[in-house]
Ligand binder design. Structure first.
Ligand code: C5P
Length: 282
């Protein structure tokens, strides 16, 4: 029997780099919001090894794929003798700051839990997800969460839900590791005491967002890729109430009031690359 499921992207509503950790990673603070832009995945038990198929050429099909790691973890825990075939239909752009690979891995881990009756609780799944990658724990719960630590602390929150999103992918990807490296070289302007957590509860509508949250990685990334600044300004001119880089990029997204008709606005951004429309999942 084949198991089919969806695996949705996220955007970061604000991202603070709080400090460097002894393990080389950074402690973060961010509101992760699951959105309706999804990949489609089908898994089938096999008698063989781990086989991954994907319609996107940039996605690795070997052990570097986070779904591969998810199955290795499930196999060890369950003492499984079987293999798996994982087919991924990619709709989420790759290397875009939307967590597509991490989402795929979390969705697979949850599916393996059901397929092989592993009996893993949500808490255990989150801890296992943290072994796969920094953004994977969030996707075990999805929806809206305040993320802390390297990504392993996932605190579900109630947040704004009545808006729509335009995402602009500039047809190039960005390496997260390289952005964090550059961030460290620019540490002079950085004030890690200034956290969002207190301010988040006071955000009542889209217009409050720009006063309270921002993405610490945005300046570094936009200085390297001026077209992203252009996209940001263009989205603001078109009436977006909040515009930001997602994660370490390359996607720039704009949040719009639910009543706005976005189809026509979206067409103007096709010249920069690919345009996606989404809604928050809650
Ligand atoms: O965990 P993930 O593979 O997504 O991280 C990619 C890279 O981004 C890491 O190797 C690390 O250099 C950097 N990173 C970080 N702190 C985080 C998340 C990522 O330094 N919290």
């Amino acid at each position: 029997m084949a198991y089919s499921f969806r695996s949705c992207a996220k955007i970061n509503l604000g991202l603070r780099v709080v400090g460097k950790r002894p393990d080389g990673y950074h402690n973060l603070e961010s509101v992760f919001q699951e959105i309706s832009l999804c990949d489609e995945i089908e898994c089938k038990r096999t008698s063989g090894e781990i086989k991954i198929q994907c319609d996107h050429p940039a996605v690795p099909l070997d052990e570097k794929n986070l779904c591969h790691k998810a199955f290795r973890i499930a196999r060890d825990i369950g003492g499984l003798k079987e293999g798996i075939r994982i087919q991924i239909k990619k709709n989420i752009p790759v290397g875009a700051g939307l967590g597509g690979g991490s989402s795929n891995a979390a969705a697979c881990l949850k599916a393996f839990n059901r397929m092989f009756d592993l009996g893993l609780s949500k808490g255990r799944l989150i801890r296992l997800a943290a072994q796969i990658g920094s953004d994977v724990p969030f996707f075990i719960l999805g929806k809206t969460a305040l993320i802390k630590g390297r990504g392993e602390v996932v605190l579900p929150i109630h947040f704004l839900t009545n808006y729509q999103v335009i995402l602009v992918y500039p047809n190039f990807s960005i390496s997260t590791a390289s952005v964090f490296e550059k961030f460290e070289m620019n540490l002079t302007e950085y004030n890690s005491d200034d956290k969002f957590e207190a301010g988040i509860s006071e955000i009542q509508n889209l217009d409050d967002l720009s006063d309270s949250i921002f993405n610490d990685l945005e300046k570094i990334v936009m200085d390297c890729h001026p077209v992203l600044k252009e996209i940001k300004q263009h989205l603001k001119r078109k009436g977006a109430q909040f515009v930001s880089l997602s994660g370490s990029g390359s996607v720039v997204f704009g949040l719009f009031n639910s009543s706005k008709k976005l189809e026509k606005i979206g067409q103007e951004f096709a010249k920069y690359g690919q345009v996606f429309f989404a809604r928050p999942v809650f």
